[in-house]
Ligand binder design. Sequence first.
Ligand code: PMP
Length: 370
Amino acid sequence: NTPRALNFGAGPSPLPLSVLMKAQTSLLNYEGTGMSVMELSHRSKPFMQLMTHLKSTMRELLEIPNTHDILLMQGGGTGQFSAVALNLLAARAPRRQAYYAVTGSWSKKAAEEAKALGVEVVEAVNGAKELGGYTGIPPAGAWRLPENGGKAEEEVAYAYYCGNETIHGVEYSMPETLSNLNSFLPVSVPLVADLSSNILTRKIDWTRHAVVYAGAQKNIGISGVTVVVVRRDLLDTATPEHIPLVLDWRVCAQADSLYNTPPRRWGGLRGLDQRAAEKSSLLYRTMDESDGYYRCPVDPGARSRMNVVFRLANEDLETKFLEESVKTGFVQLKGHRSAGGIRASLYNAVELSAVEALAKFMREFQAGHP
Ligand code: PMP
């Protein structure tokens, strides 16, 4: 009997045991249908009910108002890099300009994809240039955003940011840091947020966000589904150009997210801001109390509650840390290959007890390798 791994993966993330057990028991017979959910027609009543339930749960948990529609799409976060550009160029035609806040690898990729698709990308800010690396959210003075008034409304299609940079462990401390965007950006310009790695962990201000999207594989469930919340007025417009069907928000909305065969099986989760803060602060505290043995490269004000990144004195010691962590039962603590170091991802399904075990391991490792 292998014990459950203490999984700190950056996505896919661990799933609650109760969800896995339920999936196991209903695998051969979902809700008395004599079939698994994977075998059900996506037009069948039980499947439609599952979709409706899913959307109403999302609406309730995230307090999404009726001004916004919930779409369930495929193609992951990466698909939305393209979808955001294509749909908003169409909805906001003839505007072609968009402001991107680049605070890590994911917003950088999104900006590059938009540029490749014909968006005139303006870098609202670039963390690497301002701070010498993606180690925080640059201060208000460093931002370049369109000024209020007619010009922005005429020219700017949308503004874009990534709420939590999964690789660099940089998170906007909403709503405070968001005021950078809020105070400079005209309200008439739609604001887009990639919340792939911190959705369902805190409240979202829907009066300010026109589009929010997130892949499900971190804080919600498993990969295959992408949640896209779009303000309805952006779905009303006539599209002058063809958008690939699987990326077209309007096609998805009109078909109630069942235009084509969707992927199956979700684990619905209640994400708690407080729990995220409690888990992450335990690790940051362990670092702060380590006399510099563990170093977090991220500014205290932008330290992610979801992806806690840290370094040891040198790479040899980091390798030893990772080897011993595996022997102790931890998996997937290695930092992203582009960033190095250690990364512990603390999505909703990661138990506090696992984080406590990690903090204890960190202290013991330090004592054993002074
Ligand atoms: N945005 C963020 C913030 C991410 O963390 C990721 C994936 N880790 C993506 C976008 C890309 O998502 P996907 O792998 O679902 O395409």
